[in-house]
Design a protein around this ligand. Structure first.
Ligand SMILES: Cc1cc2nc3c(=O)[nH]c(=O)nc-3n(C[C@H](O)[C@H](O)[C@H](O)COP(=O)(O)OP(=O)(O)OC[C@H]3O[C@@H](n4cnc5c(N)ncnc54)[C@H](O)[C@@H]3O)c2cc1C
Length: 518
């Protein structure tokens, strides 16, 4: 087994992992940067709406909006850090450092938009492909950085800790300490150990454990599952945000229909063309996401229709073409011309508000293991996330974690023992079984632990998933590792953790909605 040494191992090359890698490398430390696939295969690349930048004239208004969206549950310290430090992080890295091409008016001033739950226009954007434009610029800089070794298609399997993976038995008595990870190089099928002074989980979200999701393939909560196996504290996992508007047409893939369309005047209507949000919330179609997602679910349950519609008739066709070219193109490819007709939409799993618990410098309860971006949970989102806060959270998390790590790397001594050998069986896993098991996880989560939950449904989900986990574990132990198998093992673990958290919390708040019986 190959053993690679580095200062920092970053698992995940979305915005959080890449921004951290750049900032720690700039301070003189070496980085190994892993991703499941190519540099742009991350949820960060798919962010459409934008990123909060302008908190003036009233930063207190942003604080209020975040806390209100969270149903009063957000961690005040995390909110204060984001509101205070976020705009500077955007300016430093994205505007001054990378000169990302956000939309500007004829005079060269940044344009601002508003999304659901925002009381002011404070979000900057690049048409409807903000995440892509940002990640492309960040990835370009990563590729030019000599201290960063990018390893696309290298999948982290398990974290190395002194208690679990050291060849020195006495290390079992050390405090919980991480020193890297076992990884699979999917191109060669070989496993390696990357031994690192600092390990950063930046593996993104977990939407793909649900049948309908806006997330990229592979977003099954890898970081959450790996962290759980070595004793990390997890928090708020029941709070999975469902995006209310995902394209819904038979035989077409689901993809997100940006909230910015509602920010610019789009209105949700039922199959009879009647608006239904205005009667339910003062902000109508721009109400917080959880409110909208549940309203749609109920509307569908009452009507028996497969979807509701986003009516864009308040916008001029030229404006739609200019402002939302990507959404227009994708919808057109599946037979919907959004300059002339309403978009069919349903809700889908979108964002994990909970995750691996960290302080405001990315530190978990395990020494030298950090988590940032969507994998982490500082409590910023509480029970429900305000739109366009997550890209910003990636930047602030990366910045403060890199700062804290650099100070420790310069001063502290690190114990980096020889890791135990990883032995992988040579028998091939049957891909049909792997796919079917994953499908079962997704169906179970969607039907029993989705937008509307009940104790009965959660109990059933737990029973099904526990049985499935037994099977998957023995399967996993007996077969040669592949990305799909690692994903299945982590997916079932994350699903069980979400169900467990949901079952322990009988109180409906934010995105977690429980009824006695539905
Ligand atoms: C469709 C969509 C639209 C969105 N729109 C917005 C928006 O407008 N504004 C906003 O603020 N937020 C938006 N979000 C949310 C936001 O994009 C994400 O929360 C954020 O990008 C997460 O970034 P991240 O770096 O934490 O994770 P990601 O960008 O998801 O990156 C995760 C990385 O981890 C890697 N990885 C995972 N597991 C492993 C493993 N085991 N080994 C190695 N690598 C691994 C992946 O390959 C990937 O590189 C949107 C999300 C989606 C899905």
């Amino acid at each position: 087994m190959e053993i690679i040494h580095t200062d920092c191992l970053v698992i995940g090359a979305g915005l959080a992992g890449s921004a951290y890698a750049l900032q720690i490398a700039d301070r003189g430390f070496s980085v190994e940067l892993l991703s499941l696939a190519g540099p742009l295969a991350a949820n960060s690349d798919w962010a459409q709406g934008g990123i909060i930048y302008d908190t003036a004239p009233d930063p207190a208004a942003l604080t209020r909006d975040i806390v209100e969206a969270s149903d009063g549950t957000a961690n005040p310290a995390a909110v204060a850090q984001l509101v205070r430090e976020g705009p500077a992080a955007v300016k430093e890295l994205l505007l001054d450092g990378l000169q990302v091409g956000f939309d500007r008016d004829a005079a060269g001033r940044l344009e601002f938009t508003r999304e659901g739950g925002h009381s002011e226009k404070r979000i900057i954007f690049a048409k409807d492909a903000t995440g892509h434009v940002i990640l492309e610029a960040v990835a370009g800089r990563v590729d030019a950085a000599t201290r960063i070794k990018r390893r696309a298609g290298w999948v982290a399997i398990d974290l190395l800790t002194l208690s679990h993976s050291s060849t020195d038995l006495a290390d079992r008595y050390e405090p919980l300490t991480c020193f890297g990870a076992y990884v699979l190089d999917t191109a060669t099928g070989k496993t390696a150990a990357i031994v690192a002074k600092k390990t950063v989980l930046a593996t993104g979200g977990l939407g793909q454990i649900f049948l309908h999701s806006t997330n990229q393939p592979g977003s099954v909560g890898h970081g959450v599952a790996m962290a759980y196996r070595v004793g990390a504290r997890l928090i708020d996992l029941e709070y999975v945000q469902f995006h209310p508007t995902v394209f819904a047409r038979k035989n077409a893939p689901s993809f997100l229909v940006t909230e910015a369309l509602r920010g610019e005047g789009g209105v949700l209507v039922n199959a009879r063309g009647e608006p239904f949000m205005e009667a339910l919330h003062p902000r109508g179609s721009l109400a917080p996401r959880d409110v909208v997602a549940r309203a749609i679910k109920r509307e569908l349950a009452a009507s028996g229709e497969p979807c509701v519609f986003l009516d864009l008739s308040a916008m001029k066709p030229e404006f739609i073409r200019e402002r939302f070219p990507n959404v227009r193109e994708r919808c057109l490819a599946y037979g919907v011309d959004i300059t002339r007709e309403a978009i069919p939409v349903v809700p889908a799993a979108h964002f994990a508000c909970g995750g691996v618990h960290t302080d405001l410098r990315g530190r978990t309860n395990i020494r030298h293991l950090n988590a940032i971006g969507e994998t982490a949970c500082t409590g910023l989102h509480g029970a429900n996330r305000l739109a366009s806060t997550s890209l910003l959270e990636c930047l602030t998390g990366a910045k403060f974690t890199a700062q804290a790590d650099a100070a420790e790397l310069a001063g502290e001594k690190f114990r980096l023992p020889e890791p135990r050998l990883w032995e992988s069986p040579s028998r091939e896993a049957d891909p049909v079984l792997v796919r079917q098991d994953m499908r079962q996880v997704q169906m179970t989560m969607w039907n029993y632990a989705g937008v509307i939950r009940s104790p009965k449904r959660l109990t059933r989900a737990r029973r099904i998933l526990l049985e499935l986990r037994e099977e998957i574990q023995s399967f996993y132990r007996g077969c040669r590792l592949t990305r799909e198998l690692i994903e299945l093992r982590n997916g079932i673990q994350t699903a069980l953790l979400v169900v467990h958290a949901a079952a322990l919390n009988p109180t409906s708040r934010g995105s977690h909605y429980v009824v006695e019986e539905e």
